[in-house]
Design a protein around this ligand. Structure first.
Ligand code: ATP
Ligand code: MG
Length: 300
């Protein structure tokens, strides 16, 4: 289907590390998206929204150029594209609506394991390969280090072995890829998460209204992701001690238990999960039937 200008457009990664969680976030907000379709544009069935499914690199530009109203993108890509567009004198305006709870990673400089790395000055005069030349150049400038930056769009981690560079600057989450390529992490230069962005100067009142409706849902989904519903049976005599162990349980719901006056059922929404250690402490206090349940949605 063609793009309908009246519909709100959201740019999202088509396939990759952000796509599943981006889709899940929108679905949790009540958007019915036909995920089986392999099309560029997916119509949301129950709201006037179109999803543009593209490579993540294209998302910041699509929002900044006004093709998409919203976009879900990693801050690393957003910042890189932003810096590049400023240099090219292209519009680089956007607004961050929410920092999301997925897509966490860090952009790091890595050097060969056998190298005696002694701080950023060790990078002086070296060649560093990266997919993020603008972020790396900015960092090197801040640190006062002169190094040559070479741009590679993929397989950055093999550059040192291939003799293309002395070091690399790439995304890391566990460090396993670095290790497999004989490299070690030397400097973290940027910490990133996925963000929801909006284009600056949105005119359409209908779109504004729709976004104002979506935002509390997004916040609600994220809040629900971190929260748990905790239920347990506690001895009345130890109630204060039990409550003190539960994060955010100032006003729990207390219910009587049929045929047992010494125990009471306690329900609470907690902002954190319960760790095994806490459950064991509750047990010692005489609590039983301890349940920790996920929460799907919440609105305060
Ligand atoms: P595309 O085909 O859309 O261009 P890509 O290969 O550039 O995809 P992915 O590897 O899917 O990108 O990563 C997308 C984003 O996911 C990254 O820019 C980053 O923000 C985030 N991310 C989270 N964890 C990691 C990780 N361990 N490695 C790389 N990216 C990560
Ligand atoms: Mg990409």
């Amino acid at each position: 289907p063609a793009i309908e200008s009246k519909r709100l457009r959201i740019g999202m990664q088509k396939s990759g590390r952000l796509s599943i969680e981006s889709q899940a976030l929108l679905s949790s907000c009540g958007l019915k998206i036909n995920l089986r379709e392999q099309r560029l544009i997916a119509h949301v069935e129950n709201m006037p929204i179109d999803i543009l499914r593209v490579r993540d690199d294209d998302i910041p530009g699509l929002v900044m150029d006004g093709v998409c109203d919203l976009g879900i993108i990693g801050e690393n890509v957003l910042e890189e594209v932003s810096l590049q567009r400023q240099i090219d004198n292209e519009s680089a305006d956007y607004e961050v609506l929410a920092r999301l709870d997925f897509g966490g990673c860090r952009l790091s400089i890595a050097v060969p394991q056998e190298e005696q790395y002694q701080g950023v000055s060790s990078l002086e005069g070296k060649t560093i390969a990266t997919t993020y030349p603008r972020l790396l150049t900015r960092y090197l400038k801040q640190q006062g280090v002169n190094a040559r930056v070479v741009m590679l769009t993929g397989s950055v981690e093999v550059a040192p072995r291939a003799g293309l560079a002395d070091a690399i600057c790439d995304l890391v989450s566990t460090g396993a890829t670095l290790e497999a390529n004989g490299l070690k992490e030397a400097e973290v230069i940027y910490r990133s998460k996925a963000v929801l962005i909006q284009r600056k100067g949105l005119a359409d009142a209908q779109h504004q209204k729709l976004i104002a409706k979506l935002m509390p849902r997004i916040q609600g989904v994220m809040q629900a992701n971190e929260s748990k519903y905790i239920m347990l049976h506690a001895p009345r005599a130890k109630l204060d001690e039990v409550i003190a162990l539960l994060p955010g349980a100032e006003n729990p719901t207390l219910l009587p238990l049929a045929g047992n006056n010494d125990m009471v059922a306690l329900h609470v929404v907690s902002s954190e999960t319960l760790f095994w250690e806490t459950m064991e402490q509750l047990k010692v206090l005489g609590a039983s039937s301890i349940l920790v349940l996920p929460i799907e949605k919440m609105m305060e």
